[in-house]
Design a binder for this molecule. Sequence first.
Ligand code: F0G
Length: 461
Amino acid sequence: MTYRKSWAEPWKIKMVEHLTMTSREDRIKAIEEAGYNTFLLRSEDVYIDLLTDSGTNAMSDRQWSGMMMGDEAYAGSRNFYNLEKAIQDFYSYKYIIPTHQGRAAEHMMSQILIKDGDYVPGNMYFTTTRLHQELAGGKFVDVIIDEAHDTESLHPFKGDVDLNKLQKLIDEVGADKIPYICIATAVNMAGGQPISLKNIKELREFTTKHGIEIVHDMTRVAENAWLIKEREPGYADKSVAEIVFEICSLTDHATMSAKKDPIVNIGGFMATNDEDVYRKAQNMVVVYEGLHTYGGMAGRDMEALAVGIEESVQDDHMRARVGQTKYLGEKLLGYGIPIVNPIGSHGVFLDAKKFLPHLSQDVFPAQTLAAEIYIESGVRAMERGMVSAGRNKETGDHNRPKLELVRLTIPRRVYTQAHMDVVAESIADVYERRNEIKGLEFSYEPEYLRFFQARFKPLAD
Ligand code: F0G
């Protein structure tokens, strides 16, 4: 007899929050009112909320007690120095600028480093990251390995950069038009897929040779580190903390949405080893966020973040975090449901093209599937397909990503294994009736980051 190696959580529950139970009729009404966009549902109408792992995490008693130690001084708050020290100690970066969340850091980084007409390669796009690059006059170029766009490829490091693609870009536009390459760890849009340390080291050597810098979107760096520990030869005996430090040390600058890895509800920062970039960011942060020693965060939030950074790099925490995601993914695979493989770190991604093969991408299969899952059970998921990809700036047509996915994103330390069972069972119910499902069309389309606020209606029969 073989036993499953369990990933049980290294914590117990001290306080609970009640969930609302709704009927199918309630949910049909709610999703209609939300224009078939799960972002527009009221949280009160949701049973299990897998919209995002961003800011939806449960803080520890240590973090909450840190909140009570908030030093709400306008300038020079004690908590800022604690945060600065945590970032230096765990992530290696020298200079830090706190921000209210990740996209504010992306805004400053893009404005400081990108000139009009520049090219910014990356290991797949992220919505806000690419938009800030474009608003700064840059053009994003995808240089992730081809396997990342194939939901069935079992490549262990689908977040890797293809150096041949980067070389090709240099040959076409010249290295002086490429200020930096942005590498995300645990690549969100690819399904939470890791980049290997081998690839980052090769990239470091390659970029240094060409005078190109590396910006690290470190939003889920500790999750990436766990997957390196599990999958990359030579790292099994290293701790998550050691791997995180090594990844960061190989990059020049970083942006962080602290609402993910470091288990807080709000916050972010920009970090750099370059004093000149730091000075420029200090100038910008006072315009857009606040003084450079709080930049959009309260003192108490910076304290909770400093504690959360330390908790996020603990091996036991990560084993349970990524273990829970794997648990859900394996349950879904057991029902024969098409998901992105290998299972990533922060969520399970349903392959909507394979789930609903009778729907063309033009009728938004992933958006449709997310709405159907909500109607079935009150589980809230998110579209990560053509709606998220937006329109091409030049042609005005939809960007048509190969990946048309629904993301079931797992908040940290919030839901139990039984919740994961309910999620898997209800998606299996939708899978049973998949042939009856029809598509959607836009009834309202916003200009920027359309997936957040777009409204849809069911296609006429
Ligand atoms: N980079 C990555 C990889 C992200 O996943 C996010 C946010 C950001 C940057 C932007 O950070 O939201 O703090 O401004 N991702 C959220 C998500 C929204 O649901 O995946 P932010």
